[in-house]
Design a protein around this ligand. Structure first.
Ligand code: CUA
Length: 341
């Protein structure tokens, strides 16, 4: 699966990675070609037309319109090709398929926590099925620092920020383990902030999902040939509240934290907007602007209820819920909101 003349890029574990590589090699070889062309011509001319006794210099051409047209048109076409190609690959990288399976990622000094919809969490091992689009909704623990989630074999990299949600997605092609790095310097343990994506065949995924033992696939790509420093425990430590799935955890939180006093789940109007159908809803705000309800909107509204007020709910009495919910609990609350269609 290694590509290119020098095999310099890691394994392409997704189709997006393959498309990304093709564009990369196009840029690389185009640059190489232009470098040889320009530097080569420069050297030849420097030798051939050098000043020497008895050599009469050739007059420079003036107003050569054909020449000017050619040196404008060819680079313009090349740059447009790079732009359009880059746009297509970029769109692929950022457009999450609608049917993507969602896993929540929480970064902290210095490990990764993965939270699944059934309430389980795993540390430093992200279990996913092969050949299915996976969406990672990522944040860092409150009061933590900035991290960055990087899977070189998938060519995905995205900042993971406290108090904010970011996304990446991928469809892994074959069962294997791939290295995850933190790629934003986050303190003394930064280089040890390692994890693996464990891509499972459909039958193994079903076993894992039902809590059974599985055979771990082999490590490939970046990290598979390095020292034991990149290795992690063979069996994932499964933790988290397993008594209830994420949606029910969120529902319980909405009651224990008092959200339900002002936000109904059935569309009825209380002091605050109802949560029924809230996800992705476009809300008109008191200042006439519009906001789409997503993770970042909800996060802001719980911490700074006055920041964006939905029209018709001017008398905000909601207290700020700063730091009252852990990142994992907040993810559960969001899962509950999403379920209220
Ligand atoms: Cu987390 Cu570097």
């Amino acid at each position: 699966m290694k590509g290119g003349l020098f095999g310099s890029l890691p394994i392409a574990g997704t189709d997006v990675a393959t498309h990304w590589d093709a564009l990369y090699y196009f840029l690389f070889y185009l640059s190489l070609f232009l470098f040889v062309l320009v530097i080569g011509a420069m050297l030849i001319f420097a030798i051939k037309y050098r000043a020497r006794p008895g050599h009469v210099s050739t007059p420079s051409p003036r107003d050569h319109h054909l020449l000017e047209f050619v040196w404008t048109a060819i680079p313009t076409v090349l740059v447009m090709v790079i732009f359009v190609w880059g746009w297509i690959v970029y769109k692929d990288m950022v457009s999450v398929p609608k049917d993507a399976y969602e896993v929540r990622v929480i970064g902290q000094r210095w490990s990764w926590i993965f939270q699944y919809e059934d309430g389980r969490t795993t540390n430093n091992q992200l279990f996913v099925p092969a050949n299915r689009p996976i969406k990672l909704t990522m944040t860092a623990k409150t009061d933590d620092v900035l991290h960055s989630f990087f899977v070189p074999d998938f060519r995905i990299k995205q900042d993971v920020v406290p108090g904010m949600y970011t996304y990446v997605w991928f469809t892994a092609k074959t069962p294997a383990q791939h290295q995850i790095f933190c790629t934003e310097y986050c303190g003394t343990g930064h280089s040890a902030m390692l994890a693996k994506v464990v891509v499972l065949a459909e039958d193994q995924w079903k076993l894992w999902w039902s809590g059974k033992e599985i055979d771990l696939p082999e490590s490939i790509g970046i990290g598979s040939y390095s020292s034991a420093a990149l290795s992690i425990p063979a069996v994932a430590e499964v933790t988290g509240d397993q008594s209830a799935d994420l949606v029910n955890q969120g529902k319980a939180l909405s009651q224990s934290k008092g959200c339900v006093a002002c936000h109904s789940d059935d569309g009825s109007k209380r002091i605050g907007p109802t949560w029924k159908g809230i996800w992705g809803r476009k809300e008109e705000l008191t200042d006439g602007s519009w906001a789409v309800v997503d993770e970042n909107y909800v996060k802001e509204s719980t911490e700074k209820p006055q920041a964006k007020i939905v029209k018709g709910y001017e008398n905000v009495v909601m207290p700020p819920y700063n730091g009252q919910l852990s990142s994992a609990e907040f993810n559960a609350l969001i899962a509950y909101m999403k379920s209220l269609k």
